[in-house]
Design a protein around this ligand. Structure first.
Ligand code: GLV
Ligand code: MN
Ligand code: MN
Ligand code: MN
Length: 428
């Protein structure tokens, strides 16, 4: 039957904001830091506990579970047509150090809750619908974000994965294999993870906004139109160091000061881009030996540069690279640059935007279209499937901090909107 007839009879009252919050807060207990801080790095014991919990919820929702070699977890609700791609929804449960309980997790717990409610409402989709938990959206352990979705989309090469060791020198292959996933080599892992063409009909991700726009305007839902293009680079400076008292100023080549200058150059290059969408951050800066009476001989910076406009973002990156050369030459320090990633932006699919917009209207929820300045697994899913995102407000726009918070009411609206969006995309 047509959607309109179906929608009128879909009873989603089983979706309860407080119940979803309870599950999110239970998930938050699997943390390496004391609550309310959540720290959960990929393939650590707490990540394994979180995975077990996610699979338990999938089972309770009646979903059929499968996992790929990278540790992406799928829970499938079968469709009436066997020959079509699935409508997929999901996000991540890994958390950067001292993060909160909602980033990513909402899109996983909320996906399972949405599918469970659709099943309970007697909805029998034409296309299969899948709830998905991605491996390692955050770059913390292996230095690269969205490893799972990059792997699924084919955007990740063996060479790149070979390069990514954690702080203990452990490879992704070793860590994933120890966790019960993995395989013989990065090649076989990627082969087993890549999504077959056509097997995803549409992808949608529910997430907290991580910014203040919805809350400021008193809106319940954000329908994402595009995702800004992220780039990240690592810069090393090294000088000769020396005694802070004995080494006279003209005789120094201070790696720490080169780093300080570069951090300011990043800010300047970003501001010079002349657009509010251009952002640049030096979020990691380490000097060595990091001792008060020693001239710094080593410096390491990690720099994050993003923009909605990929060409403009690339010009900002080039300008920063020029500054590295110029500062190193002028200060007589050695330098090395590693490009971590330089990804294209995503334009969301009109089909998914329309489905989500209509879903929001059907709920009577206030909404607006907005751009996601944070990146998400959706960035990579958009390379292989029509993709969109639904945002809900979070308090003060805060995220990546322990006091990150979204209300049960907003969460309930978000999960209901997700369920209706999935129903529209999957058909009946
Ligand atoms: C995602 O965590 C991002 O850094 O945008
Ligand atoms: Mn995050
Ligand atoms: Mn996230
Ligand atoms: Mn993230």
């Amino acid at each position: 039957c047509t959607w309109g007839l179906r929608a009128a009879t879909l009873d989603l009252t089983s979706i309860s904001g407080p119940a979803v919050v309870e599950q999110l807060l239970h998930l938050a207990t699997f943390s390496d830091d004391p609550l309310p801080a959540v720290t959960r790095l990929i393939f650590t014991p707490n990540d394994m506990k979180a995975r077990k919990y996610v699979k338990q919820l999938m089972k309770e929702a009646g979903l059929t579970i499968r996992e790929d070699p990278m540790g992406n977890i799928y829970g499938r609700m079968h469709g009436s047509t066997k020959t079509t791609g699935a409508v997929v929804t999901g996000s991540h449960v890994d958390a950067i150090p001292l993060a909160g309980a909602y980033d990513g997790t909402l899109g996983v717990i909320g996906a399972i809750a949405a599918l469970k409610a659709l099943g309970e409402a007697g909805f029998r989709p034409e296309k299969p619908i899948e709830a998905l938990m991605f491996t390692s959206e955050e770059p913390t352990r292996f230095g690269l974000g969205c490893i799972g979705s990059r792997g699924m989309s084919g955007a990740l090469t063996v060479e790149t994965l070979n390069d990514k060791l954690d702080v203990n020198g452990t490879s992704f292959q070793a860590a994933s294999t120890a966790a019960g996933y993995g395989g013989k080599s990065h090649e076989t892992i990627l082969e087993g993870t890549r999504v077959k063409p056509g097997s995803i009909a549409a992808f949608v991700e529910l997430h907290i906004e991580q910014g203040p726009r919805l809350e400021r305007e008193g809106l319940q839902l954000g329908i994402v139109s595009a995702i800004a293009a992220p780039a990240a680079l690592r810069v090393f400076f090294s000088g000769d160091g020396g005694h802070a008292g004995a080494l006279l100023m003209p005789d120094r080549n201070d790696a720490g000061l080169a780093a300080a200058e570069l951090a300011l150059a990043v800010e300047k290059a970003t501001l010079d881009a002349g657009a509010i969408d251009a952002v640049g951050t030096t979020g990691f800066l380490q000097i060595g030996p990091n001792s008060m009476n020693s001239v710094p001989r080593e410096a390491k910076l990690e720099i994050d540069i993003r923009d909605i406009d990929a060409a403009r973002r690339d010009r900002t990156v080039s300008s920063v690279l020029k500054s590295v050369e110029e500062i190193a030459a002028r200060r007589d320090v050695r330098h090395r640059v590693e490009m971590i990633n330089q990804d294209p932006p995503a334009t969301c699919s009109q089909e998914v935007i329309t489905a989500a917009t209509e879903a929001a209207k059907e709920l009577g929820a206030s909404q607006k279209a907005l751009v996601s300045r944070a990146y998400h697994d959706s960035l990579f899913m958009s390379q292989i499937a029509p993709t969109g995102m639904i945002f809900i407000p979070c308090r003060n726009g805060w995220s990546h901090r322990p006091d990150e918070f979204a209300s049960a009411a907003d969460i309930e609206t978000g999960v209901k909107a997700l369920a209706l969006t999935l129903a529209r995309l999957a058909g009946t």
